[in-house]
Design a binder for this molecule. Structure first.
Ligand code: HEC
Length: 160
């Protein structure tokens, strides 16, 4: 019992330490983190989208592996890596010398949150479809995820 309590306290400390760590993250570190997460999402979603669109042959195992990895990567809460002040990298940073984050991320936080929620829902539906094993449902759910990516990018990612 005692060790459970200790464990709980340790987890609580860890969670708040993580929150503080993100808030204090330098802009270029936050930018690098979110762009990395986005890239890994894209790496996993690419084959899933390709299969859903019939551009590559459907392979249930590959689809499932990638879709469930996408769920894990999304669970990293990419939104935590958009701290105030990370709308542009600081001068002289060697990495992540650009960001395509639009100012609306900070000026319309409710709308940005809504775009995250849409994605969370779409990812949940994709995971459920994978568990059902139904090919049609899997492809349809992948379409929903694609729309959620595009919806957020249309509003919050500047065109290159
Ligand atoms: C809630 C909003 C949101 C959702 C949902 C979202 N993105 Fe993004 N994405 C962004 C923003 C904002 C950026 C720009 C980040 C930056 O440059 O600092 C971005 C950047 C990217 C990039 C460029 C990364 C780089 O190296 O600069 C890729 C690739 C990407 N997203 C893929 C995806 C894919 C694939 C999905 C869906 C599976 C997705 N995104 C869902 C907001 C979102």
């Amino acid at each position: 019992m005692k060790s459970f309590v200790k464990y709980g306290i340790a987890l609580g400390l860890m969670a708040s330490a993580t929150g503080i760590a993100y808030a204090q993250m330098k802009p270029e570190a936050a930018i690098r983190a979110r762009q990395s997460i986005m890239r890994v999402m894209s790496l996993n979603f690419g084959p899933v989208a390709g299969m859903a669109q019939g551009k590559i042959a459907f392979n249930k195992d590959v689809f499932a592996t990638n879709a469930l990895r996408l769920e894990s990567v999304w669970a990293m809460n990419v939104a935590a890596f958009f701290p105030a002040g990370s709308d542009k990298p600081v001068a002289g940073s060697k990495i992540a010398e650009f960001t395509r984050a639009k100012p609306e991320i900070w000026s319309q936080p409710d709308k940005f949150k809504q775009a995250q929620d849409t994605m969370t829902e779409a990812v949940g539906k994709l995971a459920a479809a994978v568990k059902s094993g139904d090919e049609g449902a899997m492809k349809a759910a992948a379409g929903g995820v694609g729309k959620a990516c595009k919806g957020c990018h249309d509003d919050f990612q500047a065109k290159p």
